[in-house]
Write a protein that binds this ligand. Structure first.
Ligand code: NAD
Length: 355
């Protein structure tokens, strides 16, 4: 890995950008895509900024570090920043300072409001009159597609780099993830990517340091759209199997028996064969450790709210979304918001353990 501060690619791009006689179209051999082709090594992005070092982000940033990137981090929580500075990782006091020190920046934040603040707030990455360094912004937070699109358009219309005589504007990708903390830890996340295909190809080495499945979903906002659709389907299938297992128990059929039937017939799904919600039916799932770990019910509720709002925006029929949101909201209000969302089996449907 080249030393921090060695910006070979950046220098080449600067040469390309500042040449007064050469147009971009005549420079196909030096195009942005080729410079950052997906087959190249991690060193193409010499410095990678990471903002939002929570449950997911800290693990994703660690995987980038393991892959050899020079990572620069920021979080409003000083305790998590200290964990990184103790390991010799460069920390910055604001998103703006991260942007000044990075070729690409990844954000992993709780909600749209936090993302907007980090990009456009008073100390935000885009809040500069002098031109910023990053060529690529990747937001992996789960947020609404409308905000992803707005931000992408702001970034691609920005003249941050033009002010320094450049001819390329930075690109933005919305790239939320599927897979929880364990997948973030083991670098096996699924990324759903929206934005230009060129930027997606450029970013692929970064994604592959943190995930296993990288799926291009189309233009700006499509990654965010895909994510909320995935979680809507996951929520509804979890509710379906939980309701069926609890009903089965009441009718005298054990969930263990129903699981065998579902998994060898038409009701088989991830919630029945991989992430079974009934305590005792399956090892190594949240249900068998008092619903600790996994995907928090409050996060599922947040994603269903995003789905409901997006559905309203495009006038789609989303009755299941509303029912699912209401049920998970009720589970949260009864004090189970931090438990895995499969706890709906116990806390809403009153299902029984089968140890
Ligand atoms: P988290 O709350 O653990 O982490 C968020 C981090 O962002 C915190 O460390 C917080 O201090 C930091 N932060 C908040 N505002 C900030 C700001 N203005 N500037 C800098 N840092 C700021 O959340 P998480 O579980 O890591 O989830 C992050 C995102 O990933 C969310 O959008 C979530 O929906 C999504 N997601 C989470 C999971 C999961 O299992 N936890 C799975 C898939 C997707």
């Amino acid at each position: 890995m080249a030393a921090y501060g060695s910006f070979r690619v950046r220098s080449l791009l600067s040469l390309h950008k500042c040449s007064p006689k050469i147009t971009r179209s005549s420079l196909s051999d030096f195009s942005w895509t080729r410079m950052f082709s997906s087959s190249s090594s991690p060193s193409q992005f010499q410095a990678v900024g990471f903002i939002g070092l929570g449950n997911m982000g800290s693990r994703m940033a660690n995987n980038l570090i393991k892959a050899g990137y020079n990572v620069v981090v920021h979080d409003v929580n000083h305790d998590v920043m200290k964990k990184f500075s103790d390991k010799g990782i460069l920390t910055k006091n604001s998103p703006h300072e991260v942007a000044e020190a990075s070729d690409a920046v990844i954000t992993m934040l709780p909600s749209s409001a936090h993302v907007m603040d980090v990009y456009t707030g008073p100390k935000g990455m885009l809040n500069s009159g002098n031109g910023l360094r990053p060529w690529l912004f990747i937001d992996s937070s789960t947020i609404d597609p409308q905000t992803s699109r707005k931000l992408s358009s702001t970034i691609s219309n920005s003249n941050l780099n033009r002010e320094r005589g450049g001819c390329d504007n930075p690109a933005m990708l919305d790239a939320p993830v599927s897979g929880g903390v364990l997948s973030a830890e083991t670098g096996s996340l699924t990324f759903m990517v929206g934005g230009s295909e060129e930027a997606y190809r450029s970013a692929k080495p970064l994604f592959l340091s943190m995930g296993k499945n990288i799926i291009y979903c189309g233009g700006p906002g499509n990654g965010s759209s895909a994510k909320i659709c995935n979680n809507l389907a996951m929520a509804v299938s979890m509710l379906g199997v939980s309701e069926a297992f609890a009903l089965g128990q009441s009718l005298g059929v054990a969930a263990t028996t129903l699981t065998k039937i579902f998994n060898s017939s038409s009701a088989r799904c991830w919630s029945s064969d991989t992430y079974n919600p009934v305590p005792g039916v399956m090892d190594a799932v949240p249900a068998s450790r008092n619903y600790d770990g996994g995907f928090a019910t409050k996060l599922m509720t947040k994603d269903l709210k995003l789905a409901a709002e997006s559905g309203k925006e495009v006038e789609a029929k989303t009755p299941m979304t509303y029912v699912a949101e209401e049920i998970f909201r009720e589970v949260c209000s009864e004090g189970h918001g931090t438990k895995d969302f499969s706890c709906v089996f116990r806390h809403y449907f009153c299902g029984k353990d089968e140890f």
